[in-house]
Design a protein around this ligand. Sequence first.
Ligand SMILES: Cc1cc2nc3c(=O)[nH]c(=O)nc-3n(C[C@H](O)[C@H](O)[C@H](O)COP(=O)(O)OP(=O)(O)OC[C@H]3O[C@@H](n4cnc5c(N)ncnc54)[C@H](O)[C@@H]3O)c2cc1C
Length: 473
Amino acid sequence: MNEATLDNTTRRAVDLQIVGGGLAGLLAANLARDAGLSVRLIEKQTTPGGRASSAHHEGFTLNQGPHALYLQGQLRSTLRSLGIDPAGSPPALTGGTGTIGSRRGLLTQGPGSLVRSTLLSRRSKVQLLALLARVPGMDAQDLATLTVDEWLERTTDRQDLRWLLHGLVNLATYNSAADLASADAALSQLQMALGDGVVYVHNGWTAIVDALRSRLSGVDVVTGRVTELVVEPESQRCVTVEGEHRAANTLMAVGAPAVVDRLLGTNLCDAAGPPVQASVLDLGLRRPPTAPVHLALDRGLYFSIHSVAAGLAPTGMTLASLAAYRRPGDDRGAPDTKAALLAHAADNGIGSDDITMERYLHRLTVTWGMPLAARGGLAGRPAPAVAGRPGLYVAGDWVGDRGLLADASAASASAAVAAVVADRARRADRAHQAHRTDRARQADRTDRARRADRAHRVDRAPRADRSAGAVSR
Ligand SMILES: Cc1cc2nc3c(=O)[nH]c(=O)nc-3n(C[C@H](O)[C@H](O)[C@H](O)COP(=O)(O)OP(=O)(O)OC[C@H]3O[C@@H](n4cnc5c(N)ncnc54)[C@H](O)[C@@H]3O)c2cc1C
C-alpha cells in the first residue's frame, strides 16, 4: 500500500473516505477517483482484497472458496467500465454428474445430456425442458415474497426435479436455506447462469484485486483498523490506532453489517438477513477425477475442477474445489464436515493416494446477508445511503436491491459513489445559485446606491446651479 504522505495524526479532509479494501472498497475508490473526487481508502490488513484475495500454497493458487465470475453480473460490468476485463474460462461441464440419494446421473447442460441423463424421470425431463424455456422471460421481482421452496412447489410436482433445481439454486447462490431465501435472488442468478454463464478467473480472483489496486494512483491508501467513527456537522472523522482521518462523506465497505452497526450505531443487521456460510476444501490432485463437476444435489455438496479453466495448479496437477453449503444454525463440526467432503471426493473417484495438497476452511461467510422472502427479497436489503445519516453510505454483498455475492458488492459500491457524486453536484449547484443570488443582490444594492447617489446629486445640483446663478446675477 502507499504509505502516508501526510501527517498521520490528522490527515487532510477528502470528499470520500472508504473503510474496507475488499472488492466493494476497491471498486468504490476507483469509481470515485475517476469521477474526480478526492479519495481515501482505509484497510486494516496490509494487503487489500478481503474475501476476493487468493493465497499461494504448494504451487497452487487458492481462492477463498470456489469463486465464479458471472458474465452478466454487476461486478464484471463495473470492472469493464474501469477498463478491466478479467481473463477467465468457463468451467468444463461436459461429463458433470449429480446425485439424488443413491441415484447418479449426468447433469443436464442441454437437450442432449438431458435425454441421456438417468438423474431425472421422463416426466421430470419434459417439465424441466418447459421450465428452461420459460426462465429467461420470467420477472424475478414477481417472486420477491416467495421462498425458494414455495417457488419450487409451485413450479413442479416432481420431487426429483425439485432436488435438481434445489442443487442448481445452491450452486448459483451458495444458499441452501430454501425455506427462508427469497426466490427473486435465486431466479436472477439462474437466469445469469443459464444466460452467458460464468468464468473461472485466470490466476485466481487476486488478479481482479491486483488490477483494481494498480489504478489507485492519487488515492490516499492507509493501512489501519477503524475503531471509531465520529460524525460532525458536514464531515466525519475515522479513528484508527495510528491517527484520525476526516472526510465530507464516508463509505463503510467493511464486509460484516455488525461492524457497520457498531461504528455507526445503526441497526442494519436485521434488514441484511442472516449470513450465508460454507465450509470449503481445496484438494491438489495427481490425476483428474471421474467427473469435472460432481454435485450431491440433495445434500448440498459441491465438487468442481477450477485449475483447468483458471490455471491454478502446477503443471501436471489438478486443483479440485469442494464446498458444503451451510444453512443458518448449522452446527456440524469441522471433522464431520471435512469427512463428508472427502467422502464426496471419493464418490468422484478420488482416493487419499491421489491427494498431494489439502486446505480446509471450516466456516467462511460467503455473503453477509441472505435476501429473505419475509422481507420482500432483494428490495428488503438496506440501501447504500444510510437513512437519516447524510454523508454516510454502506456497500457490500448484503446491501442494495441488485445482485448477489460479489455482484451485490459491486452494485452497492457503484450506487454509493453515484450518490456521493450526485450530492456533491447538488451542493455545488446550490453554492453556485447562492453565489449568483449574492452577486445579484450585491449588484442590486450597488445599482440602488448608484441611483440614490445620482438622485442625491441631481437634487443638489439645481440648488448649486441656483446659488451659482444668484451670484452671477
Ligand atoms: C467460499 C466463498 C465463495 C464465494 N464464491 C463467490 C462466487 O462464486 N461468485 C461471487 O460473485 N462471489 C463469491 N463469493 C463472495 C465474494 O467473495 C464477496 O461477496 C466479495 O469478495 C465481498 O467483497 P466486500 O468488499 O463486500 O467484502 P470483504 O471482501 O469482506 O471486504 C471487507 C474489507 O474490509 C476490511 N475491514 C473490515 N473491518 C475494518 C475496519 N474496522 N477498518 C478497516 N478495514 C476493515 C476487511 O479487512 C476487508 O478487507 C464467495 C465468497 C466465499 C467466502
